[in-house]
Design a protein around this ligand. Structure first.
Ligand SMILES: *Cc1c(COP(=O)(O)O)cnc(C)c1O
Length: 386
C-alpha cells in the first residue's frame, strides 16, 4: 500500500480513483504496473517529487558504478536518444554558440564511430545538422572491435583538411557481434586530440555490474558520456535508458531555454531537481520506478548474479554447439559462436530450450547469401548456417 501512497501526489489522481483502480479484477502485478506506468515524470520537482528523487539517486548510483564521483544524467526514451544526447552535448562543448547562431559559418564538424556501431550515431549526425557524410566510420578487427590506430589517422586527416573532429563513439557491446571497443586506447587518442569520448553501452553497459566481467569496459571512467540501457541486459521492461555524464552542468547549458512559467530560480527547494530544462523533452515518461523497485528487490548483488549467469549460459550454449557434430565456428561472439551445417537437418531442441527465443534469418555476408540462426538469451546471439 505504501507504493500507492507515494504515487498519489505524482499524477494528480484522486484517492477514490486509485481505490477504484486497484479494485479492478486484474492480477496484482499488472494493476501495479498499469498504475505506476500511467504517471508521467514531469518537468519540475514539485509535480513529481518522489520520482524525481528516485531518478537522482539511481543516476548517482549508476555513475558511482561507472567510477565517477560527480556528474549528471537523465533517463531518456531509449539508447538511440541517449546517443543523440551524447552527440548533442559534445557539439555544445565544442561550439557553445551553435545553440544561438546555428551551424552556418562554422568549421565542418566531424564525428567518428566504428563500422560495427549502432545506426543511431549516424542518425544523430543527420538530426543535429552535421550530415551523415561527416560521420567517419572506422574499420574493425575480426572480433568487431574498432581499430584505434586508424581512428587517430582519420582524426589527424580531418584536422589537416580544415575540419573540426569533436566526437568519438566507442561501442561497448556492439549490436551484432557483441564486441567491446578498447576504451582505454580510444581515450588516449581522444585526450591527445581533445575530442569528446562517448561510450555506447546500450547493452554492454550493464556488464559494469559484474566484478568478474566489467574489465571488458576498462577505461570507461575516462569517457565524457555514456549510454546505458537497463532495458537490455538487466531485463528492465522497455523503456529504460540512462544517459550519463562525467561532468555536471554542460547538459543543462546545452539544452536550457529558461521558460519562466516553469523554471523560476527562487523556489523553496534546490532547482537542480527541476530536470525539465536540461532535457530535449519537457514532461517525461516515468521510466524510473520499475527500475528502482527492481534494484531494491534484487540489490546490486542480484544484478551481478544475473549478469554472471548470462555469461555462464552463453558459455554453456557455445560449448553445446561446439561439441555438436555438423557445427563449426563462424565468429567468436561474446556469448555464442558457430556455424551449423544444417543440411543434415538436425534439430536443435536443447539449444532452443535454453534460449528464450530462436529464429532463422536469411541475410548476406560479403555478397554471399546465407541463413542465420539466432538464439536469444536475453541478448542476441548469432549462429551462422553455412
Ligand atoms: C539497442 C542498441 C541501441 C539503441 O537502443 P534503443 O533503446 O533501442 O533505442 C544503441 N546502441 C546499441 C549498441 C544497441 O545495442
Amino acid at each position: 500500500m505504501s507504493i500507492f501512497c507515494i504515487a498519489l501526489p505524482m499524477g494528480g489522481m484522486r484517492r477514490r480513483d486509485i481505490t477504484t483502480f486497484i479494485n479492478i479484477n486484474k492480477p496484482k502485478q499488472k494493476q501495479l504496473q498499469d498504475l505506476v506506468m500511467s504517471f508521467v515524470l514531469r518537468f519540475t520537482y514539485e509535480v513529481a517529487p518522489v520520482f524525481t528523487l528516485m531518478e537522482a539517486v539511481v543516476l548517482e548510483r549508476m555513475r558511482h558504478i561507472v567510477g565517477w564521483k560527480d556528474g549528471d544524467g537523465i533517463f531518456s526514451p531509449g539508447g538511440a536518444i541517449s546517443n543523440l544526447y551524447g552527440v548533442l552535448t559534445a557539439r555544445h562543448y565544442a561550439c557553445p554558440d551553435i545553440k544561438q547562431k546555428g551551424l552556418l559559418g562554422k568549421k565542418q564538424l566531424v564525428l567518428f564511430t566504428s563500422e560495427q556501431s549502432h545506426f543511431s550515431i549516424l542518425r544523430a549526425a543527420s538530426i543535429l545538422g552535421i550530415g551523415t557524410d561527416n560521420l567517419v566510420k572506422i574499420s574493425c578487427d575480426h572480433r568487431g572491435k574498432m581499430k584505434v590506430a586508424e581512428l587517430e589517422e582519420k582524426i589527424i586527416a580531418a584536422k589537416i583538411g580544415g575540419k573540426l573532429p569533436f566526437f568519438v563513439n566507442a561501442t561497448c557491446g556492439t549490436t551484432i557481434l557483441g564486441a567491446f571497443d578498447p576504451v582505454n586506447d580510444i581515450a588516449d587518442v581522444c585526450e591527445r586530440h581533445k575530442v569528446w569520448l562517448h561510450v555506447d553501452g546500450a547493452w554492454g553497459g550493464s556488464v559494469l555490474m559484474s566484478k568478474k566481467h566489467r574489465h571488458l569496459l576498462n577505461g570507461i571512467e575516462r569517457a565524457n558520456s555514456l549510454t546505458w540501457n537497463p532495458h537490455k541486459l538487466l531485463g528492465v521492461p522497455l523503456q529504460c535508458s540512462a544517459f550519463l555524464l562525467r561532468e555536471k552542468g554542460i547538459m543543462q547549458q546545452s539544452n536550457e531555454m529558461h521558460a519562466d512559467y516553469l523554471f523560476q530560480k527562487d523556489k523553496n527547494y534546490e532547482v537542480i531537481y527541476d530536470t525539465g530544462d536540461k532535457t530535449i523533452q519537457c514532461g517525461r515518461h516515468n521510466d524510473i520506478f520499475k527500475f528502482w523497485l527492481m534494484w531494491r528487490a534484487k540489490g546490486e548483488k542480484g544484478f551481478e548474479a544475473h549478469i554472471n549467469r548470462m555469461f555462464e549460459l552463453g558459455n554453456y550454449l557455445r560449448e553445446l554447439i561446439r561439441k555438436r557434430e555438423g557445427f563449426k565456428m563462424y565468429k567468436r561472439l561474446l556469448l555464442v559462436c558457430s556455424v551449423e551445417n544444417s543440411r543434415n537437418g538436425r534439430r536443435r531442441e536443447k539449444e532452443k530450450r535454453i534460449a528464450s527465443s530462436y529464429q532463422v534469418h536469411q541475410s548476406y555476408d560479403d555478397g554471399e547469401r546465407i541463413s542465420y540462426e539466432i538464439f536469444v538469451i536475453e541478448i542476441e546471439l548469432i549462429v551462422k548456417c553455412s
